[in-house]
Write a protein that binds this ligand. Structure first.
Ligand code: AOF
Ligand code: ZN
Length: 351
C-alpha cells in the first residue's frame, strides 16, 4: 500500500476533477505484477492501467488500491467490474471513495463477486494525499495551499529598487514543482501589477504541467499587455471580479467571472472556491501577495502552508508582512527542507 501511495504522487496536479489513485497488483507469491496510477486528465483509472500490464496473470492475484475501486459507468467501465473480470482474488483498499456514485458500491460489487476485501489500510495517509478530491466532494471547494516567500524578518515585498527575488534558485525551482502538483494557482492583481508573472511550471520535463491561472481582481485592473493576459489562449486564465466590463480581456482568451462581494467589497473567497470546485479543481496553490494570503488565513480557508524563509533581513524599507502568519498554532509542521540558503517549512491544518 505504501508503494501504491507513492505512485499517486505522479498523478497529483494533473488528474482533476478525479482523485489521484495508485494500484499495485501482486501475485500469490508476493511478486509485483503490475503498477498503475490515474492518468493525466483523470483517465484511464489506476486499476485499468495496472490490469493491462498483468493480463492473464491477474487470476488469483491481490490488488492494492489507494481508493475504493469505482462502481459507476462513467467515461470508462467500472474498475470493480474490471478487477472481477480479471480474476483478482483479493482487494486491499486504503479508503472509501466519497463520490456518491461510488461510496461503498465498489466494495459491494467486489464482495458480491466473492472477492476478499480488506479496507482501511493506511487510511489516513490515503485521505491526506487525496485531501483535495475529498474537499471538492464534501465541501465544494478545493484544497488550499498558501505559498509564502519571506525574509528572516518576515517581509514578502523587497524595498523599492531592490531585486524582486527574496529566496534563491533552489527555492524557486521547488516552488515550480509545487505548481506542477496543483490544479490551479491564484494571485491577487497587485502581484500581477508588481511582478508581471507567468505562473507556469518551467521545470525541464514538466513544462506540460502548468496549472490553470486565477487572478483576484476586484476592479478589473489586469492589464491587457500583462504576460498572463497575453498567454491566456495557451494556459487557461480566470479572472474573478465584482466589477462590470473586461471584454478586452475576454477577447484575449481570459475568462472573466463575476462573483458576490465578500469582505471590503472584494470577490468573496468562498464563492471563488465554489466556482473552482465546480470546474473540477481539487488543489489550489495561492501565491500571494500578502493581502490575498492574509485574507485566506483570516477566513480560515487555508489547509496547507509552504513557508520559504531566506536568511537575509530586508529591514524597514521592505514591506508585505503577513498578518496571522506568526501564529501557526492551528497548523502542524509536517516537513522542513533546506533549499540552498533558504528554509522551507510545510504545514498542515490540524485535524
Ligand atoms: C478508481 N480509480 O484511478 C480513479 C477513480 O469520470 P470518471 O468515469 O473517470 O469517474 C470519476 C470518478 O471515479 C471520481 O469521481 C472517483 O469517484 C473515481 N476515481 N476511481 O477506481 C481511479 N481516479
Ligand atoms: Zn475506476
Amino acid at each position: 500500500m505504501r508503494h501504491a501511495l507513492t505512485l499517486t504522487e505522479r498523478a497529483l496536479g494533473r488528474v482533476a476533477p478525479n482523485p489521484a489513485v495508485g494500484c499495485v497488483i501482486v501475485s500469490p507469491d508476493d511478486r509485483v505484477l503490475g503498477r498503475g496510477w490515474t492518468q493525466p486528465g483523470g483517465r484511464p483509472h489506476a486499476e485499468t492501467v495496472a490490469l493491462a500490464q498483468v493480463g492473464q496473470a491477474a487470476r488469483g492475484s491481490t490488488a492494492y488500491v489507494t481508493l475504493e475501486p469505482c462502481a459507476h459507468h462513467g467515461h470508462t467501465p467500472p474498475c470493480a467490474e474490471a478487477l472481477v473480470a480479471a480474476g483478482v482474488a483479493r482487494v486491499v483498499a486504503a479508503v472509501e471513495d466519497p463520490d456518491p456514485r461510488v461510496k461503498g458500491k465498489g466494495f459491494a460489487l467486489l464482495r458480491g463477486a466473492g472477492i476478499d476485501i480488506t479496507t482501511g489500510v493506511l487510511e489516513k495517509d490515503a485521505a491526506e494525499l487525496n485531501a483535495g478530491f475529498f474537499l471538492r466532494i464534501k465541501e465544494d471547494r478545493p484544497l488550499v495551499a498558501l505559498k509564502i516567500a519571506q525574509s528572516r524578518d518576515g517581509k514578502t515585498i523587497p524595498p523599492p529598487g531592490a531585486s524582486r527575488w527574496i529566496t534563491g534558485e533552489e527555492a524557486r525551482r521547488f516552488a515550480h514543482l509545487l505548481r506542477a502538483k496543483h490544479d490551479a494557482v491564484l494571485v491577487g492583481v497587485g502581484t500581477v501589477l508588481a511582478d508581471d508573472p507567468m505562473l507556469d511550471c518551467r521545470l525541464p520535463g514538466l513544462e506540460d504541467r502548468s496549472p490553470i491561472r486565477v487572478v483576484l481582481d476586484t476592479h478589473l485592473r489586469l492589464p491587457t499587455n500583462s504576460r498572463l493576459a497575453q498567454t491566456a489562449l495557451r494556459i487557461s486564465t480566470i479572472v474573478f471580479t465584482t466589477a462590470e466590463g473586461g471584454e478586452d480581456l475576454e477577447r484575449l482568451g481570459t475568462e472573466v467571472l463575476r462573483v458576490m462581494k465578500g469582505a471590503q467589497g472584494r470577490p468573496d473567497l468562498r464563492a471563488v472556491l465554489g466556482v473552482l470546485a465546480q470546474r473540477g479543481m481539487t488543489r489550489l496553490l495561492v501565491e500571494g501577495g500578502p493581502t490575498v494570503i492574509s485574507r485566506f488565513l483570516e477566513e480560515s480557508l487555508a489547509d496547507c502552508l509552504e513557508v520559504f524563509t531566506a536568511p537575509t533581513e530586508l529591514g524597514d524599507t521592505a514591506s508585505g508582512e503577513i498578518a496571522g502568519l506568526s501564529d501557526r498554532t492551528r497548523f502542524l509542521r509536517t516537513a522542513t527542507r533546506k533549499l540552498g540558503p533558504d528554509l522551507l517549512e510545510s504545514y498542515r491544518l490540524r485535524a
